[in-house]
Design a protein around this ligand. Sequence first.
Ligand code: 13P
Length: 320
Amino acid sequence: MVYTEEDDLKYQQALKDKIAHLRKEKNAVILAHNYQRPEVQDVADIRGDSLALAQAAIRTDAKIIVLCGVHFMAEIASILNPAKKVLLPVEVAGCPASDMITVKELRVKKDEHPDASVVCYVNSSAAVKAESDVCCTSANAIEVVKSLSNRKIIFVPDKNLGLYVKSHVKEKEIITWRGVCPTHVRVSLEEVLEAKEKYPDAEFIAHPECEMKVLKKANFIGGTGGMLKYVKSSPAKRFIIGTERGLIHRLKMENPEKEFFSPSRHFICADMKLTTLGWVTHALELEVHEVKVPEGVRLKAKKSLDRMLEITENNFAQKR
Ligand code: 13P
């Protein structure tokens, strides 16, 4: 017997039907990050960037949250909503950048700069968040840093995002860490230039986790949520996407008349792609792979997340 593409589609549809049934039966909500596989994004109730997923986790009244993303995202949902069962379909889906700093290392850095505030990127463990003053995402990093009264800031763990913030907030002394996103740093300047040459009419938009030499070539820099908004509002018809390729699915869905190109075959986050419809079904059916944060750590990490959400909401209210 041969297994055809048609069989594959039938199998996917059967899983989608099962997920729809389980979601209703168990009062679950499915949240998916913009880098998830297209078919996983398609079954989600809410798709979004790290900030949108955190906000959705607070608002939901579902009993179970299935977080299709990586470990730190499920931790955030659980920190903000401890009464809910938060499931991460693939237990080992992690974020290499978030593992590039430990609490011990951060404490050493804090001892070296006792007069500094600590800002941690959401791509960090709950324990590192607990050790920080305030959290930020790529959507609000600049406003979070600007909002602090302290002049000296330790920014962890993503060096490129830290340097990008530094280039926008000249009034602060920003001490960056050595962490990087292995997916975003693999795209080279040569690849970007090649793509620009091939599609001269296209705009290049990039995530601030890319290296500065790449960012310098961008028409727009922002997190995945910012990129989605930018593409919608831009009169351009073609775009070179400087981030993980999963975003292209959503961009195509929301802008069917526009064209999108990836500058690099390396723009795939292996961890984000671990989640499949099969694993979502498995987690939901058996209610396994629950993510919980020890209460002492949770309360401290929640403070740094709450502070970020407050700053973001205040700024949003002021802009309205
Ligand atoms: P966004 O918050 O921009 O979606 O980014 C999340 C992330 O993990 C980037 O690598």
